[in-house]
Structure formats: C-alpha cells, structure tokens
Write a protein that binds this ligand. Structure first.
Ligand code: FES
Length: 141
C-alpha cells in the first residue's frame, strides 16, 4: 500500500517519516554539541603498530572528563574512550566531532588548550593537528 501525503503528493509516507525522523533527531534530540573520542586501545608490547594506551591515553580521557565537569560543560561536550581509531602512527590520537578534527601526539598537558581553544572557542589547536590528508582536510591545516 502506498500512502501519499497531501503536502508533497509525490513523497511516499515512508520517505516523509524518514524526513521527520532526521529533522527531529538533528534539531531536537541532539544530546551533545561536541563529542571527543580518545583512543585507549591496548596492544601487546611487541606489536609493530604500538597503541595509544602506552601513551597515557587513559590519563588524557580522565583529564578531559574531569575538566569538562569542573567547567560545567559535561552536559554539552562528551569525552569518551574508544578502541583503535586507525591512526596508531599518530597516537595518542583523539578526534572531535561533529567537525572531525583529528589530533595526534596528544598529552595530558594539551587537554586544557584543546578545551579552551577548540571546544569552547572553536579554534582547533593547530600544533596538534594530524598532518595527513586522510584525517584532517588541507584547508584546516
Ligand atoms: S591504537 Fe590508537 S589509533 Fe590505533
């Protein structure tokens, strides 16, 4: 059975429902304005790719969580640990969404700058950007 709406007669009901779902989910159900994923992947010491866990990524994630809470930003900016982000050569690796900014060689000492420059003032921290077009686009470097 095909149901057509009266507003857009050529628009099938299922397409209309999908459109409404996307509109609601994008505009009204958006839980966080930014989401930071911090790779905490662990590999054996002899693994050739290494891992972010060996570069203190759990400390970095904890510091993000603590500082975002202290600054009252944890309801709009979420920091999550993740498994491998496939940027192992650049670890410790983090990525910030929705803008898809990738940072490499991040340390706990960089957290404050990322929060204030990028997360609060929307200015990515250039010195930490992964300098590889597979991650960051040329126009933000
Ligand atoms: S282990 Fe961190 S990006 Fe792969």
């Amino acid at each position: 059975m095909v149901i057509r709406t009266t507003i857009y007669p050529n628009f099938l009901f299922s397409e209309w429902a999908l459109f409404v779902y996307y509109f609601i989910s994008l505009e009204y159900l958006k839980r966080f304005e930014k989401h930071i994923f911090i790779c905490e992947n662990e590999r054996p010491a002899e693994h050739p790719r290494g891992c972010c866990n060996d570069k203190n990524s759990k400390v970095i994630r904890e510091k993000f969580k603590t500082r975002l809470k202290e600054l009252g930003l944890n309801s709009i900016i979420r920091a999550n640990g993740s498994l491998c982000l496939d940027a192992c050569d650049f670890g410790s690796t983090i990525v910030v969404y929705p803008e898809q900014i990738w940072y490499g060689a991040v340390t706990a000492n960089d957290v404050e700058e990322i929060i204030h420059s990028h997360l609060i003032n929307n200015k990515p921290v250039e010195r930490l950007l992964i300098n590889d077009s597979r991650f960051n686009q040329d126009d933000i470097k």
